[in-house]
Write a protein that binds this ligand. Structure first.
Ligand code: 5AD
Length: 435
C-alpha cells in the first residue's frame, strides 16, 4: 500500500516489516539496515524507502490525524451503492452482484460490461468498481511523479508521436546533472516519494549510465524509483535492479500478438512479455497495461489485456486511450470515447478488486477534462504528475495537446490535493502536510 504518511514499525520478520498507520497495519519489504521496532518510516508500493526522525514523524502525523479520518468518512459516503436498480437489465445486475461478492466475472461477461452504453447501467458498473476499491484498498491514492528524461527513440511504433519516423519533433536528452536536479526538486521541494524515470528507447544512454543515475538517486534520496526506458534487455533489467530501481513501467500495449506486430515494426509481444516476466522474477513492482482503441482491437482483446496484467502480477494497471497524432501512420484513426475508457477502468477493478493500483493516465486526462474525478469514482486509485522541466515537456509529444504540457508542479499538486480531498482520498504518495 502506498502510504507516504509516516508509519511506525510494529514488528520485523527478516526483510518483512509490519507498519502501523493510525491503527491500520500494512506489510512492507525493508532494505534499510538497523531498522528497529518503533522506528518511523515512509513506505512506497510495498517498500520501505526512508527512515524519519521520530519528532518529524510525530509532527506530520499530528497534522494528518484529524484529516485522515475525515477523508475516510467522505470516501465511505461516496462509495455507497444506492439500491435503485430499476434501470438495470437483469443481466447487468446479475454480473455485478457476482463481482460485488468478489468473484471475477467470466470473460464473456467482462466483454459485455466493456460494451455497456446505457448511462444508468454504466453508472452502476462504476459504482460497483468504486465500492470494491473502497472495500479493499480504502482511501489511499498513489500520487507518483514522472520525469521524461529523453524523447529520442529508435523504434517506429505506428501510434507514437516520438517515434523515430517523426522528423517534426524537436529531440532532447537530459544530462545526468539535469536529471539529478529535477529529481532533487521533485523530492526535496515537492515531497515526491515515488518517481518514474521514462524515455523513448534511446541508444544515447548506455545501461551503465542509466544505472549510475539510478544509483546516485537512491544513495541521496529516500524515493522509490521506477524505470521506463523500454526494452533494456534482461541483463539490463538486472543491472538496473542492482542499481536500486524497484519498479518497472512497461506496457505490453496489446495482448494480441498479431496486432502488436502490426503496430511495432521489428518488435514482438513475446520479447516484451519476456522482459515483464523477468522483471517480476527479479522483484520489480510491475506497472503495465495497454492502449485502448487501436485499429482492429476488439473487446475480446481488451478483456485479454486486463487478464494479462493480472497474470503478470501487476501492481499498477496503466491503460489509456490511443490518441491520434497527425504525424504518425494512425493520424486519421479516431480515438475512443470517455465512456469506453471509464468502462475499461471499472472492469479492471473487477478483474483485480483487492490489489491493483489503477492509474488515471495523462492520455485519458487529455481526452476528457473530467477524467480524474470520473475515473477515481469508477475504481481507479492512482494518478501521476509530470515533473519534467517545462522547457522539455512539450517535446515529449506522444500525442497532441498533452495535458500538463506547461503546468508547473506546484499547480498540479494543488489541483490534485483539492480533487482528492473532495473525494475523501488520502494523497499518500506525497509527503505534503494535510490541511
Ligand atoms: N496515444 C496514447 N498513448 C500513446 N503512447 C504512445 N503514443 C500514444 C498515443 N498516440 C503511450 C504508449 C507508451 C506510453 C509511454 O505512451 O502506450 O507505452
Amino acid at each position: 500500500m502506498c502510504y507516504a504518511i509516516p508509519g511506525k514499525i510494529k514488528s520485523i520478520e527478516g526483510r518483512t516489516v509490519t507498519v502501523d498507520y493510525f491503527g491500520e497495519e500494512r506489510r512492507a519489504l525493508n532494505e534499510i539496515q538497523n531498522l528497529t521496532v518503533g522506528d518511523y518510516i515512509y513506505a512506497q508500493g510495498g517498500y520501505v524507502v526512508q527512515r524519519i526522525a521520530p519528532d518529524d514523524a510525530r509532527e506530520i502525523l499530528d497534522v494528518w490525524k484529524e484529516t485522515f479520518f475525515d477523508l475516510q468518512d467522505v470516501d465511505v459516503r461516496l462509495s455507497r451503492i444506492d439500491l435503485d436498480r430499476s434501470n438495470l437489465s437483469s443481466k447487468t445486475g446479475l454480473i455485478l452482484d457476482l463481482a460485488l461478492e468478489g468473484r471475477t466475472p467470466k470473460k464473456e461477461a467482462l466483454e459485455y460490461l466493456l460494451g455497456l452504453e446505457n448511462e444508468a447501467e454504466r453508472n452502476y458498473l462504476y459504482k460497483s468498481a468504486n465500492f470494491l476499491r473502497q472495500k479493499h484498498l480504502k482511501n489511499s491514492c498513489c500520487v507518483h511523479g514522472i520525469l521524461e528524461i529523453s524523447n529520442f527513440c529508435r523504434h517506429g511504433c505506428h501510434y507514437c508521436g516520438i517515434s523515430a519516423h517523426n522528423k517534426g519533433v524537436e529531440r532532447y536528452r537530459m544530462s545526468r546533472e539535469e536529471i539529478i536536479e529535477a529529481v532533487t526538486e521533485a523530492v526535496e521541494t515537492y515531497g515526491f516519494k515515488a518517481l518514474v524515470l521514462q524515455s523513448g528507447e534511446d541508444p544515447g544512454y548506455s545501461v551503465q549510465e542509466l544505472c549510475d543515475i539510478v544509483r546516485e538517486i537512491r544513495t541521496r534520496f529516500g524515493v522509490l524509483i521506477c524505470v521506463s526506458f523500454g526494452e533494456v534487455g534482461l541483463a539490463g533489467l538486472k543491472e538496473l535492479y542492482d542499481a536500486g530501481a524497484r519498479g518497472l513501467l512497461m506496457r505490453f500495449e496489446t495482448s494480441n500478438a498479431e496486432l502488436y506486430a502490426s503496430m511495432h515494426p521489428g518488435q514482438t509481444l513475446a520479447t516484451r512479455l519476456e522482459h515483464l516476466r523477468e522483471a517480476a522474477r527479479l522483484g520489480y513492482l510491475i506497472f503495465t497495461g495497454g492502449l485502448i482503441g487501436l485499429p482492429g482491437q476488439t473487446r475480446k482483446d481488451l478483456v485479454e489485456d486486463l487478464l494479462l496484467a493480472r497474470e503478470l502480477g501487476a501492481e499498477m494497471f496503466s491503460y489509456g486511450p490511443f490518441l491520434p497524432h497527425p504525424d504518425t501512420p494512425l493520424g486519421a484513426h479516431p480515438a475512443v470515447s470517455e465512456a469506453e475508457v471509464l468502462n475499461l477502468l471499472a472492469v479492471a477493478r473487477l478483474v483485480d478488486p483487492t490489489n491493483a493500483k489503477i492509474l488515471i493516465t495523462t492520455a485519458f486526462e487529455t481526452l476528457s477534462s473530467n477524467a480524474r474525478r470520473l475515473g477515481l469514482l469508477a475504481g481507479a486509485n492512482s494518478v501521476m504528475l509530470n515533473v519534467t522541466p517545462v522547457r522539455y515537456r512539450q517535446n515529449y509529444a506522444l500525442y497532441p495537446n498533452r495535458h500538463y504540457r506547461s503546468e508547473d508542479i506546484q499547480n498540479q499538486i494543488e489541483e490534485t490535493i483539492e480533487l482528492l480531498g473532495s473525494l475523501g482520498r488520502a494523497p499518500t504518495d506525497l509527503s505534503v502536510k494535510a490541511g
